[in-house]
Design a binder for this molecule. Structure first.
Ligand code: MV4
Length: 516
């Protein structure tokens, strides 16, 4: 087994990975950008290394630097988390060349699945249903010929696209030739590959994905599905399992298709097979494979009782899965809400700045994967997701009730968050009845006016601002934690707890420290 893992990521997922590594007795190495120097992943790790400035290209995407650190620290494996370097085959190859294990799939299967045309062809060969469309890439004249057979409206998709990038809707025959030309040149400049293919446009559809685990010995299992139709502009906001519309018989077919997809692409480690699901005809179609640990993996962890990061690490170390499909029992219902620093009352505008105060929910059936704390500054350079709130209960109505309870417990002051959005969604009859589709948020959901009780949080915010101002004007503007690149954060953090500069030990001054 590995002795030391470098986590090439930040925020909640870096912390999530380190927690499992620690349980496994594996050492942890954090990397961080200058603006992240006070983050929890830096403090949690056994060792932390500064790798550059805030812009991702200068830090979390700078894989030469990260690999240097891995060698210097003596790490024998690297976990990339999600985003950043997680699907970059150059990085995986560079790790392998340096004798460091990349915790993820082989670069060959990532390359195969990254080409949506090759992936489609591979799935057709494995009898995994795909959306009706072209066999391969098409030129404008070919598209003209083939389009009527596919029917309108149809979609032009970039072979190198994915996740909502490089797709275009074509409503009528007269537009097709020109649309393929434009789509191809856009794909060329966005991905360096102008290849496009056509698919029949399915609408309304739901996004349902299946979590798979596969080992290097050729064993593969499916760990149930996640319903991910609640998304805005290709950003998921809430995921749940099981899907409220999938029957047991469809679930079994979808899981078998996902296992076939993994096997056909020589896949190992954790992966997610995405499907479009048409509830009107109870049919599903392969979309793409995400070759990484996903944000929403905790939903599956809760239903299966597995630790997916532990499984990833074991598989990367060459261990066999150690369990079979028959051992997979899906129990209860889990929902994840992504808590983001954005203002749902102002077109979801990102809300940057300092979190004055945080108090997180807990109690039965509640998990919080978070990287925030009172006093943390939300940097401008990265995703505005602050935390994931995951709730489990025996059935969907109880899980919804529990999520509402937990969202009401969540206190985040100093920045706007999308908590009011989640609360409104969970009260929406269309959500409650399981009637949402991928276009629901973008075209059918509208935030209500702020509720009157939000005045209380306004008052709390003002109180926090006054206290913070009072403290700043007394001591000069000081961050809650004082540490520069390479500074000794442990001491800096303790300094704050034991009082340090504080002139008084009264209850009042302790309160002030705790909210700053
Ligand atoms: C589609 C589709 C309808 N028909 N393909 C968007 C993201 C990319 N992974 C594939 N996407 C879609 N492909 C056909 N043939 C509708 C979508 C789609 C979508 C899919 C999954 C999750 C959210 C979505 C939001 C809008 C459109």
């Amino acid at each position: 087994m590995f002795k030391k893992i470098l986590v090439a990521n930040r925020g909640e997922i870096a912390l999530r990975i380190m927690r499992t590594a620690r349980e496994m007795g594996i050492g942890t190495v954090a990397v961080y950008s200058t603006v992240d120097r006070n983050m929890l992943h830096v403090r949690y790790a056994d060792e932390a290394y500064h790798i550059g400035e805030g812009p991702p290209l200068e830090s979390y995407l700078n894989y030469h630097k990260i690999l240097d650190v891995a060698k210097r620290a003596g790490a024998d494996a690297v976990h990339p988390g999600y985003g950043f370097l997680s699907e970059r085959t150059e990085f995986a190859r560079a790790c392998t060349d340096a004798g460091i294990t990349f915790i993820g799939p082989s670069p060959e299967s990532v390359t195969l699945l990254g080409d949506k045309v090759l992936a489609r062809r591979t799935m057709m060969g494995a009898s995994v249903p795909v959306v009706p469309g072209t066999e391969g890439r098409v030129e404008p004249d070919e598209a003209m010929r083939l389009a009527p057979g596919i029917g309108f409206p149809l979609m032009i998709k970039a072979a190198a696209g994915g996740g909502g990038k490089g797709i275009r809707l074509v409503r009528q025959e007269s537009e097709i030739e020109n649309a393929v030309r434009v789509a191809s040149s856009e794909a060329q400049s966005a991905f360096g590959d102008g290849g496009v293919f056509l698919e029949r446009y399915l609408s309304p559809v739901r996004h349902v994905e299946v979590q798979v685990l596969a080992d290097q010995q050729g064993n593969a299992v499916a760990l149930g599905e996640r319903e991910c139709s609640v998304q805005r502009r290709h950003q998921k906001l809430l995921e749940e399992s099981p899907s409220p519309v999938i029957t047991q018989s469809t679930r079994e077919k979808m899981m078998a298709a996902a296992v076939a997809a993994a096997k056909a692409s020589g896949y190992y480690n954790a992966g997610t097979v995405e499907f479009l699901y048409d509830p009107n005809v109870d049919e599903f179609f392969f979309l793409e494979v995400n070759t990484r640990l996903q944000v929403e993996h905790p939903v599956t962890e809760w239903l299966t009782g597995r630790d997916l990061v532990r499984d990833q690490i074991r598989i990367a170390a060459g261990e066999p899965l150690g369990f079979t499909q028959d051992d997979v029992v899906l129990r209860g219902h889990a929902i994840e809400c992504r808590i983001a620093a954005e203002d749902p009352y102002n077109n979801y505008l990102p809300s940057l700045g300092r979190i004055a105060y945080v108090s997180e929910p807990s109690g039965p059936g509640v998990r919080v994967d978070s990287s925030i704390f009172s006093g943390v500054e939300i940097p401008y350079f990265y995703d505005p997701m602050l935390a994931k709130l995951i709730c489990w209960a025996a059935d969907r109505p109880s899980a919804i009730a529990r999520m509402k309870r937990a969202l009401h417990e969540y206190i985040i002051l100093g920045v706007h968050t999308n908590i009011p959005f989640h609360l409104q969604l969970l009260d929406d009859p269309r959500f409650i009845n399981g009637e949402v589709h991928t276009g629901f948020l973008d075209s059918e959901f509208k935030m209500d006016e702020p509720a009157a009780h939000d005045e209380y949080s306004q008052i709390a915010l003002l109180a926090a601002a006054v206290l913070s101002h009072e403290r700043r004007s007394r001591n000069g503007a000081q961050p809650a934690f004082i540490a520069g690149p390479g500074a000794k954060w442990r001491e800096a953090g303790r300094d704050r707890l034991v009082g340090g500069r504080s002139s008084s030990s009264s209850q009042g001054s302790r309160w002030r420290r705790s909210i700053d």
